[in-house]
Design a protein around this ligand. Structure first.
Ligand code: ADP
Ligand code: MG
Length: 703
């Protein structure tokens, strides 16, 4: 049998598995084939050269190994708590071994007086140390163990354990399979890479990861397998980008014309920051290059991305094309419409707003003006994606707060033209560099790393619920100084009803403490009609309302410079990036702004850490890094929509940044040398890419 076919063999045929266990392995561990079993890596290793003495055991220890004899068995407890107990002794003391089932087999096999090795996790019950369901091995058996001191531990589940598939069983299956290999596993990286970068080859890596003989060797195996995993992800992303550049011609926006210049010289309300200038230059270069632009613009909240978006659209218009900008909420689309209309005052361009609540008549006129090319800029929400929204010559698509959209949605905008428009996606969620390389690895990235001048950093403070009166006093003073206040309540899908109750209770409290007519409080939440939302927002925007009580609908984008206080209720329930986004709503003018985090007295360790970080820094990238450390990359917004079609088996996007960079660098080198991977030596790459990524066909043309 060819080795590849052998690896594709159904796991059910492996000796000791069979259909019942195979089904469990499918369901519980995603193991379907021999290959899957080999790639089911241990999650840790236990050093089985080390033995503890029984008098050293304490319940804080992890799994331990002890040597001794069983003195005798007894039965304790009644009903479901009934258990077999063995007294196990060495020269320093004794410990109880406990089984809740399988008693007969145990008393029959582990004879008192014979020396055994016991392996398990020490626990404590009624003040005595015990080990529940230990593994037991005869001393003379130890030598036979696949000469490995570091014993691999595999993940299992309750269901697996009930069918007696333990970590040890999985190790045994893997050993059986490796013994059946008739030849060496062929490498899935080209020979030239393996030798040039001194990687351990695949055959050895797979053996050593499961049965390492020493830590150094294990490390080499782990490194190689991590590299392989990350390398193929990078190669896939970069190949995608290379292909796109080779295949797709972008519209050439060769010149900067009247609209741009007119705006720049007459309407621009302030000088651009250096970072804005640099980013606009990068975008202009893309637009004129003849390649389709696919660029991610990262910039912290308040860094002035809207202006960059607008100036890019003016370039498109100057070259005879239409442009559109899509935002994730109506509030934000509205705001963009107003801001952009105001910024373009006196410049003869037609701008329209299209959202879910646009009336039929206005939809119709928008549709007409899109087709007869009289409409220059369309601003809107998801409504832009509808089939009946058709452009005559869409040249540039801008997607604001792109993490709020799914990949498929963005792809639909892209298809609105026969020829692909240029794409600029913008995000205020800073993503650590190496993570961005993986999540948006096929995009070019621009960063606005500078805030407009004169911004005073927001001061962040933490108060518990019992200190509420202090906070009210502070709000009163701020309002006396003509400042406005946001109060935000969490809204989490699972407990929506409770959340709305919190919001209503909050509204009651604030209305009592800040009574009308002296004070005016406005409220915005997701259950209101868009029209009502708009009225409330306007009340606050125009400065009539002193306080805006809201759910996280205001999280993204809203820009009201006179609002200087952001109060976040139940701050412990928000993630770091959300807290940072919310804080970004204030500190937009020249006045000192404040962010007040309210929480209960008792905080989990992680919540306390989040609050501590918020107080310490305003730097979005530092916050993103901490978030990544605290939560792991799987929870970071956008990860699920990324170009990674499978769970990573061994690499870790937050910890293996250096390997990611290295793998990317090597993948770039290969594609520079052989853009279509046509060379003989690279055929193995094509085979492996196909195998790994074929399920991912629907992945859209923009990431
Ligand atoms: P974001 O990047 O979060 O989308 P915005 O585009 O909403 O930020 O800009 C935030 C605020 O900064 C707006 O009020 C905008 O008018 C202002 N702004 C943008 N660029 C500059 C600049 N170069 N100088 C001064 N203020 C600026
Ligand atoms: Mg914005």
């Amino acid at each position: 049998m060819v080795i590849q076919d052998f690896l594709d063999t159904n796991i059910t045929y492996l000796s000791g598995v069979g259909p019942v266990r195979a089904e469990l392995l499918n369901k519980e561990l995603n193991i379907f084939t021999y290959r899957d079993l080999l790639y089911n890596f241990p999650y840790r290793y236990i050093d089985r050269t080390k033995f503890y003495k029984i008098n050293e055991l304490d319940p804080d220890l992890p799994f331990v190994q002890i040597k001794g004899v069983i003195k005798g068995y007894s039965t304790e407890g009644q009903g479901p708590g009934k258990r077999l107990v063995a007294e196990f002794k060495d020269e320093t003391g004794s410990v109880k071994l406990i089984w809740f089932k399988g008693g007969k087999w145990i008393t029959g096999n582990y004879i008192p007086g014979v020396e055994f090795i016991v392996f398990g996790k020490p626990g404590v019950f009624n003040g005595t140390i015990n080990i529940i369901h230990p593994e037991i091995e005869a001393v003379n058996k130890m030598a036979e163990r696949l000469n490995s001191a570091l014993q691999a531990q595999y993940s299992t589940t309750e269901k697996l354990k009930n069918q007696f598939i333990t970590s040890k069983t999985i190790s045994k299956f893997t050993g059986t399979l490796l013994n059946q290999l008739k030849s060496r596993l062929p490498d899935n990286l080209p020979e030239y890479l393996v030798s040039k970068y001194k990687l351990m080859d695949l055959h050895d890596s797979i053996h050593k990861i499961h049965f390492p003989s020493d830590p150094a060797e294990l490390e080499k195996a782990r490194y190689r397998l991590k590299f392989e995993e990350l390398f193929y992800i990078q190669l896939n992303l970069l190949r995608f980008k290379t292909n796109r550049n080779l295949k797709l011609k972008g519209f050439v926006f060769s010149s900067v014309g009247d609209n741009f210049n007119n705006f720049y010289y007459n309407n621009l309300p302030f000088t651009l920051t250096e970072a804005q200038k640099r980013v606009i230059k990068e975008i202009r270069k893309d637009l004129g290059s003849g390649r389709q632009m696919n660029r991610l613009l990262q910039g912290d909240v308040g860094s002035g991305k809207t202006l960059v978006a607008l100036m890019s659209m003016l370039i498109a218009i100057d070259n005879g094309y239409q442009a559109c900008i899509m935002a994730p909420t109506e509030i934000l689309a509205n705001q963009h419409f107003q801001t952009i209309t105001r910024l373009l005052e006196g410049i003869n361009l037609k701008i329209s707003l299209l959202t879910g609540s646009s009336k039929k008549a206005s939809r119709k006129s928008i549709a007409e003006s899109l087709l007869d090319s009289s409409l220059n800029i369309l601003i809107g929400t998801h409504a832009l994606l509808e089939d009946n929204v058709q452009f005559s010559n869409l040249g540039l698509v801008i997607i604001d707060e792109q993490h709020r959209f799914g990949v498929a949605q963005r792809g639909r905008l892209w298809q609105k033209n026969l020829n692909p428009p240029h794409i600029l996606v913008m995000t205020a969620t800073p993503i650590p560099r190496t993570l961005a390389m993986t999540l948006y690895g096929d995009l070019d990235v621009s960063v606005i790393d500078e805030l407009p001048p004169g911004r005073v950093p927001v001061k962040t403070m933490h108060f518990t619920d019992s200190e509420r009166n202090k906070v009210f006093g502070f709000i009163r003073n701020q309002i006396a100084e003509h400042r406005q206040i946001y109060v935000v309540y969490p809204l989490i899908k699972e407990s929506e009803t409770m959340d709305y109750k919190d919001l209503e209770d909050g509204w009651d409290t604030f209305s009592r403490v800040f009574p009308a007519p002296k004070y005016c409080i406005s409220i915005v939440h997701g259950k209101m009609t868009p029209a009502n939302k708009e009225v409330s927002m306007k009340l606050f925007k125009d400065g009539h309302a002193h306080i805006l009580i809201a759910t996280t609908v205001i999280e993204v984008g809203v820009d009201i410079p006179n609002a200087t206080v952001m109060i976040i209720e139940s701050a412990e329930r928000f993630g770091l990036s959300q807290l940072h986004q919310l804080r970004g709503r204030v500190g937009r003018g020249a006045d000192q702004s404040y962010c007040i985090l309210m929480s209960s007295e008792k905080l989990s360790k992680e919540a306390a850490k989040r609050i501590e970080v918020m107080i310490r820094t305003n730097d979005g990238f530092e916050i993103a890094e901490t978030d990544l450390q605290l939560r792991g990359p799987g929870d970071i917004e956008g990860t699920q929509q990324s170009g990674i079609p499978f769970d990573l088996k061994i690499a870790n996007l937050s910890k293996d940044g250096r390997i990611i960079e290295y793998a990317r660098h090597i993948a770039e080198g290969i594609l520079t040398d052989d853009p279509l991977l046509e060379k003989n030596q690279n055929q193995i790459l094509i085979t492996e890419l196909k195998r790994l990524f074929s399920k991912l066909q629907s992945w859209s043309n923009i990431s």
